[in-house]
Design a protein around this ligand. Structure first.
Ligand SMILES: Nc1ncnc2c1ncn2[C@@H]1O[C@H](COP(=O)(O)OP(=O)(O)OP(=O)(O)O)[C@@H](O)[C@H]1O
Length: 386
């Protein structure tokens, strides 16, 4: 009999679920105020009227989604008259797919057709809500990914105006935003802004001590005793503080332990953490690149190529457009839509170079060689033609 390769019993994990991305901790420490504020805005929905719209603002990994899920779980346990839908806008970006998700949640099946017009989805959604006498709460999670090409307007408008053609419909919207440069008035159409009028709830970044205590809680609940020593926890906390994103810390813990397990150790060593840190960062960028369209990736890869060429100097948006359009048939508007999308994905920074704001410097936030490699695999080597 061949030797077994998968020996699940030899593990350093006590409860591996605790490190999964959809795990909701029993206690969400340091977020009492935000949870209370969010609960207060949602409370009207339990009385059958529209909740107050909210924006949850804070850096990545600050507990926004977790707080929404915590409240949504409580709603599900309390009443069937409030329907909650959480949509991850990093993965679901078109208005059709967003409304299709709401449709699926209500009817427990996919819509029988695809593509626009959206009204073919909003009408049955509205009728079903009226039939059930239910209030709908939609959370557009990471709505900054809809910050390009008026995408957020296109979703909010039909949602928040559904009651006009369907009297009696009650809908509230929670958006979570994780970028500092997301300024609503500049992004939303004034007509949409005036019906949206959200209350803001701020999620400040966790300080080092808070990160360390939360990670310590996961270690105690999820790992066998002694697998992570205080020195290793300090190292993981320090590396997490580079971004301040708790998700990176939790992932780092999980990957470090898996690495230690794989080479037969009973404790995590510094090398396991360093190895895990490199692959965690790569995995994050790769996930972002995967969520882009082929056209977005083509521009990203072009920027990466320019960033690699020392002689180029700073990349200025106008010059980039002139040079890029020699290689493609792209128009000005499409180019800026792609550029803004890359910025909303935090793959590039766009900084203003003049007071009018129409000349911007484009700075790649990741390693150019890695980006070119990721884009190349995604679009079958086509980018090499630049
Ligand atoms: N206060 C907390 N206590 C315990 N775990 C937490 C806490 N805050 C966040 N987490 C954990 O950190 C991870 C990231 O949290 P979450 O997804 O809520 O962040 P976010 O602010 O929504 O980030 P993003 O803007 O990137 O979506 C999750 O695994 C979550 O369980």
């Amino acid at each position: 009999m061949p030797q077994k390769l998968l020996l699940a019993s030899q593990t350093l994990f006590k409860d591996p679920e605790i490190f999964e991305s959809d795990y909701i901790p029993n206690t969400i420490n340091y977020r009492d105020m935000q949870l209370r504020q969010l609960a207060g805005t949602i409370l009207p929905a339990l009385r059958g009227v529209c909740p107050i719209n909210t924006i949850l603002r804070g850096p990545p990994g600050a507990g926004k989604t977790t707080s929404v899920l915590r409240i949504f779980t409580e709603i599900e346990e309390t009443t069937r008259k409030v329907v909650t839908v959480l949509i991850n806008c990093q993965n679901v970006q078109t208005e059709f797919r967003i409304f299709a998700k709401i449709f699926e949640e209500l009817f427990r099946q996919q819509p029988p057709f695809s593509g626009i017009p959206i009204q073919r989805l909003t009408d049955p959604i509205a009728k079903e809500l009226i039939r059930r006498k239910a209030v709908l709460i939609v959370c557009l999670d990471d709505a900054n990914y809809l910050g390009h090409n008026h995408q957020l307007d296109k979703v909010l408008r039909p949602l928040l105006r559904m009651h006009e053609s369907n009297p009696g419909v009650r809908i509230g919207v929670i958006t979570t935003i994780s970028t500092l440069d997301f300024h609503r008035p500049a992004i939303l159409d004034p007509a949409v802004e005036s019906i949206y009028q959200p209350e803001e709830i701020i999620f400040p970044p966790y300080v080092e001590e808070e990160i360390q205590r939360i990670l310590h809680g996961r270690i105690t609940a999820g790992l066998c005793k002694g697998v992570v020593t205080p020195d290793i926890l300090n190292l993981i906390t320090t590396l997490t503080m580079e971004s301040g994103d708790l998700r990176i810390g939790i992932n780092l813990l999980k990957r470090s332990v898996i690495h230690a397990e794989r080479i037969g150790q009973t404790k995590v060593q510094e090398e396991d953490v360093r190895h895990a840190f490199r692959s965690t960062q790569e995995a994050h960028v790769s996930h972002l690149v995967d969520s882009l369209t082929t056209d977005n990736r083509r521009l990203l890869s072009y920027i990466a190529k320019m960033s690699q060429e020392d002689a180029t100097g700073p990349i200025i948006s106008g010059n980039l457009y002139d040079s890029y359009k020699k290689n493609t048939t792209i128009c000005y508007t499409a180019f800026y839509n792609h550029l803004n999308k890359l910025a909303s994905f935090r793959l590039i920074d766009l900084t203003q170079r003049n007071t009018k704001g129409n000349t911007r410097e484009v700075v790649l936030r990741c390693d150019p060689a890695e980006i070119m490699e990721m884009c190349r695999t995604e679009i079958g080597g086509e980018i090499l033609s630049f």
